[in-house]
Structures are given as C-alpha cells and as structure tokens.
Write a protein that binds this ligand. Structure first.
Ligand code: F6P
Length: 542
C-alpha cells in the first residue's frame, strides 16, 4: 500500500508549524508586515478574496502548497475535469463542471459527448421556461401558471431554493416558486394551502426517483390537484419531472416528454446547474441562467488551469485543512452580508458535510485525523446579535468567511453603507480584539476590565464582489464546490458518495410498517426504539 499523505514529511511539517502557532497573533503579523492586507489577497473572476486575516505566514502557506503537491492535488483536479471515475465507491465520473461548459466545447466520457447532452437538456429547459413565463403553457383549465412548487430533498431542494432566494431580484415576479422537501405533512400543507391547483405547476425533482420523502410528497400533491381538477389528464399539464431515472418517472405517471434528464455523473449536492435548477431557470429566465453558468465556468477554468500557489479555491481549501486538521477547529462559519443569501449556509451544509463527512480513506483505511468541519452560519448583521459573541469571546477556534457586495440590489437611504460598515468592522474586531490597555484607557472599572477584553486572533476570510448577480452568484457556488474538493483530496477521502445517509433511509423503511399497523411486531428492535414505537402507536390509537 502506498504511503498516506498523513504519513508524509509534508504533513509532519505542518504539525510542527501548528505547534508553534499558539504563540502567533494576527496583531503581530499585521504589525510586522504593513502590506499584509494587499499581499495576502487575490482576485478570481469578479471575487476579491482577502485572506490576510488568517492565521498564516509565508512558511505555513509554503507548507500547505507542499502538502497539496504530496496529495497530487493538480493531478486530481485534472482527473475530475477529464471525467475519470474518481467516485470510486460508485464507479462514477464526477462531472458537474461539464454542466457549465459552453455549447462549442466537447468532452467525451465513457464514449458519450456529454456537452452535447447537457445543451440538449438546457435548450429544452429554456423552451419550457419560456412557455411558462409567457403564459403560453397553461394548466388543465386554460389558466396560466402562477406558482411553481418544487418537490425534492437534499440536493434536489437545497440548491434550487437557495438560488431562487439568492436571485429573487432577477426573477419574474408574477410567478412565485415554493419548495417542499420535508416528509413532515405540514410542509406540503403550508406550501399548498392557499394555492389554486388550476394555476400551480409541480416540478418533481429526484435524481433516483426513489426517495421516500419526494415520492410521498409528489403522490399527495397529485391527490391534492385531482381533488379539485378531477381529471387524470390534468397531471400532464401540472406535473413535470427532473430525474436520471426515466423508468421510475413513467411508473409514477408523469409523461417522459415532460421530463428533464441529467446523469449519474452529477452528484445531488452539485446538481443545481443541471435540470435540477429548472425552478430557478423559470424564475430568472434562460439568459440569466446562462449568465449564472458562465459565472460557474469562470471559477472552473481558474481552478482547472491555475497553479496551486495562485489557485484561489485550492488555497481556501488548504486553509480549511490547516484549521480543521492541524489547528483543531471543529466548525466553520459562513456569514453572508446579503439577505438574499439567507439559505446559503444551509446549502453549504450539504455540499461540504455530505461530501467530506467521511472517516475512511479511498483505499479503505480509517483516517487518523479530523475531517469535515461543521459548516454553519446566518446572514450578517442578524448573526451579530445572536452567536457572534461566542466567536468573539468564547473558547473555540471558528474560522469564518465573510461574504459581501459593494453595490446593493436596492439602495435605500444609507442602509447599505451602514450594513457594510458592520461587514468591515467585524473582521477587524475579530482579528485584533481589544487589549487590556485599551479597555483601561476607556475608564472601565477594574473588575469589569477582563470581561471587556477581546483576545482577537480569530481568523476570517473576506470575499467581496461588486454586486450579487446571477454571474457572481455562480462564481460563489463554484468557489465553494472546489474548496470542498480540495479538502477531500488532501484527506484522501471520497467526497462524492454518501453511504452514511443510506443506512438511515433503509432503517426508516423498516420502522414505517410498525407505526401504521398494530399487528406489526414492536419488540424486535432495541429496547429504546421498541418503547418509543409503542408510545407513538398508543398516541395514534393503534
Ligand atoms: O440525502 C441523501 C441524498 O442521497 C442526497 O445526496 C440527495 O441529494 C438526496 O438524497 C435526494 O436524492 P434524490 O435526488 O435521488 O431524490
């Protein structure tokens, strides 16, 4: 067996740097290098990335780049873009980047030109969206569609809902999109209770078309529709599907002429730019959806072709490894100063944690270090009045990404300037804190001084773009996709399977009959589950 990256001299070198780093403070780093803010910054496409407020020196960066060399990061990037089957446990290519290739490109994978396939589907999606947006597509009673309800879960929900919210300002406002994901019946109820079936279009999104939550919601949505429209023929006008599984779509009763396909080489959590984004495409139209894809593509190109030392997603991924694996951080905050990005952290949780929540390496050996930090966050400034206190004065190391835009979508009075003053002030406060001397100089009572001291030295990365547009939005999402990839490569794990999720799905299917039938045994599981099942059955009168 070849040596693991974690056994290498490069890995040990970083452990050595980490031991020395407890004595380093961002105040000293900035004092000793007045140009640090300019030097530790990079521009990629329309994103300005300031990484100067991170706990790094040139030596640490060199050591991280050496580690990337040892892990063959460049070769792994090339393998992903070329369509090699890097998802080894499912024997699949990982080609979400092909979803963003231009029409005139060509990429033959497993004997098939995937770019031609991608654009064939994009064209069908665009034509369908045009009809819905213009009112040419009418429902069963001849009325135009006013509401789209996307039914899907995980990658078939989080990307579309996050993007729809992010790009709402670019949407056609007389068509609203809603998103049903949870099998909790209240989700479907609340999202449909005030809708008119005659003006509602359901998009059933499921890569496998076997997911319990989605198929159950879809069946109940059909029942809801037919209760009013009372004609099976209405389904063809009010249901379309997005899936890789045409047979299952047909079995469900949706005409495959109304199906938009994608491929097993698109992972669910990477599927927003595929047909999974149909609701977003209908909302913003095909030209702006193309702008979004072009944004993704700019970052893809950069990631594919830029040497690691200047490669921004690679650099940010390496920083995450530095914090998580070498400095012991357990979580990572993502703090967009953009209310439109209010679902961004939820989306990133699946992208990063389903990808890198792994404890076994590609060769089957267990890892011997920390992988997969917990991603979380809320838009600023709301988070400032909730959990920032713990980042400022708590005991945990929490690297944080601050994402902001210079120009607002809506300029109202001085609001945006005040908003962005918070954005800029917070990273300074986190990095430099407030010393005893500063607190004392304010005349603070001696007993209160220690409480008001802010140690600082809390690392942040600032990502500043001109404006939130479909184009910059695509760049931002691609940036995080490739950060996630980089981390997986260094850890030598498979970022593209999710076997851990499968176990829970299988077990839910075993429990379900026990809840619905008093005849089913309720004593053949563990004692905790048995007791809970009995209590549930009693409450439901079974
Ligand atoms: O949550 C696990 C998962 O397999 C995700 O990876 C996927 O995005 C989600 O379920 C939904 O799967 P599908 O699109 O096949 O319904």
């Amino acid at each position: 067996m070849s040596e693991h990256v974690s056994d290498s001299a490069e890995w040990q070198a970083l452990q050595g740097h980490a031991e020395k780093f407890s004595a380093v403070h961002l105040r000293d780093l900035f004092d000793s290098e007045p140009q640090r803010g300019e030097r530790y910054a990079a521009e990629v496409a329309d994103l300005y990335v300031d990484y100067s407020k991170n706990l790094i020196t040139d030596e640490v960066l060199s050591a991280l780049f050496a580690l990337a060399g040892r892990a063959k990061l460049s070769e792994r990037i090339a393998a992903m873009f070329a369509g090699e089957h890097i998802n080894v446990t499912e024997d699949r290519a990982v080609l979400h980047t092909a979803l963003r290739l231009p029409r005139d490109a060509s990429l033959v994978v497993d004997g098939q030109d995937v770019v031609a396939d991608v654009h064939e589907v994009l064209d069908r999606m665009g034509a369908f969206a045009d009809k819905v947006r213009s009112g040419e597509w009418v429902g069963h009673t001849g009325q135009r569609i006013k509401t789209i309800v996307n039914i899907g879960i995980g990658g078939s929900d989080l990307g579309p809902v996050m993007a729809y919210e992010a790009l709402k300002d670019y949407s056609q406002r007389d068509i609203e999109a809603r998103f049903v994901s949870n099998i909790d019946p209240t989700d479907l109820y609340e999202k449909t209770r005030d809708l008119d079936p005659a003006t509602t279009l359901f998009i059933i999104v499921s890569k496998t078309f076997t997911t319990q939550e989605t198929l159950t919601n879809a069946r109940e949505a059909r029942t809801w529709l037919l209760a009013t429209l009372n004609d099976d023929a209405a389904v063809a006008k009010h249901f379309v599907a997005v899936s890789t599984n045409a047979a299952k779509v047909a079995e469900f009763g949706i005409d495959t002429d109304n199906m938009f396909g994608f491929w097993d080489w698109v992972g669910g959590r990477y599927s927003l730019p595929s047909a999974v984004g149909l609701s977003v495409l209908i909302a913003i139209g095909k030209e702006q959806f193309a702008d979004m894809l072009a944004g993704y593509r700019k970052i893809d190109e950069h990631f594919r072709s830029t040497p690691i030392e200047r490669n921004v997603p690679a650099l940010l991924g390496l920083l995450n490894v530095w914090y998580d694996t070498f400095l012991g951080a357990q979580s990572h905050a993502v703090l967009p100063y953009a209310q439109y990005l209010h679902r961004f952290a939820a989306y990133l949780q699946q992208l990063t944690m389903e990808s890198n929540g792994k404890s076994v390496r590609l060769d089957g050996a267990p890892v011997s270090f920390q992988t997969g930090e917990v991603f979380w966050g809320e838009p600023g400034t709301n988070g400032q009045h909730a959990f920032y206190q713990l980042i400022h004065q708590g005991t945990k190391l929490i690297p944080a990404d601050f994402i902001g835009f210079s120009r607002p979508n809506h300029d109202i009075g001085e609001m945006h300037d005040l908003f962005m003053s918070n954005f800029l002030a917070q990273t300074g406060a986190l990095a430099f804190g407030k010393t005893v001397e500063q607190v004392e100089a304010e005349g603070t009572k001696p007993a209160v001084v220690p409480h008001r001291v802010m140690q600082g030295n809390h690392p942040t990365t600032t990502i500043l773009a001109d404006k939130l547009t479909p184009h910059t939005f695509g760049q931002l999402v691609a940036l995080y996709e490739h950060i996630t990839f980089t981390q997986g490569v260094i850890w030598e794990i498979n970022s593209f399977d999710q076997w851990g999720v499968e176990l829970g799905k299988a077990m839910a299917n075993q429990v379900a009959p026990k809840l619905t039938s008093a005849e089913a045994p309720a004593d053949d599981a563990d004692s905790s589950t048995n007791t809970l099942i009995k209590r549930y059955r009693a409450a439901r009168g079974r």
